[in-house]
Ligand binder design. Structure first.
Ligand code: BDR
Ligand code: CA
Length: 318
């Protein structure tokens, strides 16, 4: 089994990613840590506890992390995820509470306790991971792999013309995580914007009849409202975090994913938060770059949303 710690800003697609992983027989979720982003870090923790409760997994510890980036800023996204972060579904408060251990300390402790076996999946701003790197400079040697949903390489950004939201929320932290020398898989908008959930998927989830699938179907209403209004002009939405989760779990093999040097623009101009991956080799079959540690997922086969719905509905996999 692959042991994963998920760092997230739960969030509609974060909730889908967590439920996807909880249904994965080959994944052991050892903890979930939260960060500001789609909503504030404390609400993200409550939302995570709600999701774990729905899946009957309240035994998994949830720790609250950074409430802002290191510049003290926290741009939240209620217009995408609703004022409660879960599509204005206003679920009752969870019956469990977050752990008293701060997120970054929990990440470091679990990595030290299980050297070489923990996979980190970051699907929010990277402040907690960067803080963990400051707390434990040996973290890159203690962790097996890091998967990050974030960035936009050849695709436009979504927070600004150049930057994707998770990276834009804390470019300094993102740069630190990408430069730490550990093996990273980056799952940018280039891939996630092409894996799309439709109203047909939403109907299937509603018809599956479990409390968890009814919940996923209901949170998609707000997500589709946003995507219809501001992005696609139709009721369908991108599978950002679930796709990164499936890649971290080893369930989805990317179609195109060169290992290249990747950095983040931390200047204060219009490029702030842009991810710059060195894909210049694309016409020469991506020659290996010395010291490159970031596998950048540029393309997947665009069938993931069916797998996601199958998993959430508990259907046997294709
Ligand atoms: C990312 O930002 C958040 O809104 C989503 O949950 C996802 O992690 C997409 O840019
Ligand atoms: Ca997220």
């Amino acid at each position: 089994k692959r042991t994963l710690i998920v760092d997230c800003d739960t969030g509609i697609d974060d909730a889908l990613a967590l439920l996807y992983l909880l249904g994965d027989p080959d994944v052991e979720l050892s903890a979930v840590t939260t960060v500001f982003g789609n909503t504030d870090a404390d609400t993200a923790a409550l939302n995570t506890l709600r999701v774990l409760e729905l899946a009957g997994r309240s035994d998994i510890p949830v720790a609250v992390g950074a409430r802002s980036n290191w510049c003290g800023e926290a741009h939240l996204a209620p217009y995408v995820h609703g004022s409660d972060g879960l599509g204005n579904t206003n679920l009752p408060a969870p019956t469990t509470t977050p752990s008293p251990e701060p997120a970054a300390e929990l990440i470091v402790r679990l990595a030290r306790e299980n050297p070489g076996s923990t996979h980190l999946l970051a699907i929010g701003p990277l402040t907690n991971l960067a803080t963990a790197l400051l707390l434990e400079p040996e973290l890159p040697q203690l962790v097996a792999h890091v998967t990050v949903m974030g960035g936009a390489v050849r695709h436009p950004g979504n927070a600004t013309p150049a930057a994707e939201a998770n990276i834009h929320n804390d470019p300094e932290a993102a740069r630190m995580v990408l430069r730490a020398g550990w093996p990273v898989t980056l799952v940018p908008l280039d891939a996630t914007m092409c894996e799309v959930l439709t109203e047909q998927h939403q109907r299937r989830l509603a018809e599956c009849g479990s409390p968890a699938t009814a919940f996923t179907s209901s949170i998609l209403d707000q997500y589709f409202d946003f995507y219809e209004r501001d992005i696609f002009g139709e009721r369908r939405a991108a599978c950002h975090d679930p796709l990164a989760a499936a890649i971290a779990a080893g369930d989805v093999e990317p179609v195109l994913a060169p290992v290249v040097a990747t950095d983040v623009d931390t200047g204060d101009g219009p490029g702030r938060g842009a991810t710059i991956a060195d894909v210049r080799g694309q016409y020469q079959n991506f020659p290996a770059q010395e010291g490159a540690n970031v596998r950048v997922v540029l393309e997947t086969d665009r069938t993931f949303s069916d797998l996601l719905v199958d998993r959430l509905c508990g259907a046997p996999e294709r």
